[in-house]
Design a binder for this molecule. Structure first.
Ligand code: ATP
Ligand code: MG
Length: 403
């Protein structure tokens, strides 16, 4: 009914050469109107606009002007907010501390970003040192650590697109994604991709646009998509399950990734490669595809050390070489779980954990790699020639026999 009226008015307006302008914060167009309407998207405010908002609040609160580095930090903290949201964040900072601090604005932004349920600004202290092994992947990241800087642009480096990390569960993929943000020295935005697919027609596309807008406004940033395979699972079916929405949204996402000019580094992690549409894995989509396998002996030793330290114990108190040897087939996550279990046992006996306590725990542990042997072999075979190994192959050192 409304649609009919609208079409009539549109016709009349056309005849009189009068433009119709519709404003709104969400774009959900009925298919009947899609072809009739030109969509103009308003970007989120840039640095200059945010600066004007800041000056307005400073003036009305009769505070001294915010200048220099302080100004840069405050404006950086507000990027990704709308004008009204930025105004509120600045005003709140004034109310709380009689000044405008980047920390308060950043905190408010984290909450605002979280409100729509799609993105989350993740605070993390994970660095490459928190990861045991994965040397090839770490070197790859370190080589690109200045890739978003102005020197890289002057040099003529293309912007990095993103990284897809595939592999066995519990091997440190999410951990690496978190550390990536620290390597680049940028904020980490986590996307709950499953939530993009909302019930209403057209809503999913609008959600994706809103995610891209926020990420580009906050940029430079890292955009982390965890469990990528599960989020876009429907897209492979090309519409047989959801009227093609996932496939369409997924297509828009891919083309944004290819064409984006804002420094947003996408880091996606996934387990089940077979769930991913093949066009996603084509060369050139990502800067690189990495496969993370079960840790080798040297990696397990490094993981034991990290896990023990993380749990506030001294690694020197344990035989790391032996622990690495007896945990063949365990993932980093299982090693961590084993140590935590050993802590519980020792706590119950009012002592400190020892190698023996850990050995006891390991006796009862059935590693995932045993339960999922077939899937793991499948994944490894798939990765051969398609993805780069996150770990360098171990070259066995053979001692030369004397004749
Ligand atoms: N290589 C590693 N070095 C240090 N800790 C590790 C490593 N791998 C796993 N861990 C420990 O296991 C936990 C779980 O790892 P993480 O969440 O990164 O696994 P994942 O590969 O993302 O697994 P999933 O595929 O199930 O999401 C980490 O928080 C960390 O404590
Ligand atoms: Mg994970």
């Amino acid at each position: 009914m409304l649609l009919r009226k609208f079409k009539d008015v549109l016709q009349a307006a056309k005849a009189q050469q009068k433009p119709m302008i519709i404003v709104g914060c969400r774009l959900v167009l009925p298919p009947e109107l899609e072809r009739e309407i030109t969509v103009l998207e308003f970007a989120l405010p840039g640095k200059e606009q945010l600066g004007d908002v800041l000056d307005g609040i400073v003036e009305s609160a009769a505070l001294p002007p915010v200048t220099g580095d302080h100004r840069e930090h405050v404006i950086d903290a507000a990027r990704g907010l709308t004008t009204v949201e930025a105004e509120n964040a600045f005003a709140l900072s004034v109310a709380e501390s009689k000044s405008i601090t980047a920390a308060v604005v950043a905190r408010e932004k984290a909450q605002t970003v979280k409100k729509n349920g799609l993105l989350e600004l993740v605070e993390t202290n994970e660095t490459l040192e928190s990861i045991g092994g994965l040397d090839v992947l770490k070197t790859w990241l370190l080589k690109r650590r200045h890739a978003f800087g102005s020197r890289a642009r002057e040099y003529g480096l293309p912007l990095p697109k993103g990284l897809l990390i595939l592999g066995i569960s519990g091997t440190g993929k999410s951990l690496t994604a978190k550390a990536t943000a620290k390597v680049f020295g940028v904020p980490l935005l986590k996307l709950d991709a499953g939530r993009i697919f909302a019930g209403l027609v057209g809503q999913s596309e609008a959600n994706l646009r809103s995610v891209i807008q926020t990420a580009e406004a906050i940029a430079p940033c890292a955009l982390w998509i965890d469990e990528f395979d599960k989020s876009f699972a429907g897209s492979k079916s090309s519409g047989s399950t959801d009227g093609g929405t996932s496939a369409r949204v997924f297509g828009s996402f891919i083309s944004w990734m290819q064409e984006k000019t804002a420094p947003v580094f996408v880091v996606a992690t996934a387990n089940d490669v077979s769930q991913l549409p093949p066009e996603l894995l084509r060369k050139g989509r990502w800067d690189d595809l990495f496969f993370v396998d079960l840790p080798n002996e040297a990696e397990r030793q490094a993981i034991w050390k990290i896990v023990i330290e993380r749990n506030h114990r001294d690694p020197h108190e344990f035989d790391l070489i032996q622990l690495a040897r007896i945990t063949d087939g365990l993932t980093g996550s299982e090693i961590e779980q084993a140590f935590v279990d050993a802590l519980y046992c020792a706590f119950d006996e009012e002592t400190e954990p020892t190698d023996l306590t850990i050995a006891g725990v390991l006796n009862d542990l059935v590693p995932l790699s045993k339960l999922m042997a077939e899937q793991i072999t499948g994944m490894r075979n798939w990765a051969k020639g398609r993805a780069r190994c996150a770990t360098a192959p171990v070259v066995e050192r053979k001692s030369r026999k004397l004749a």
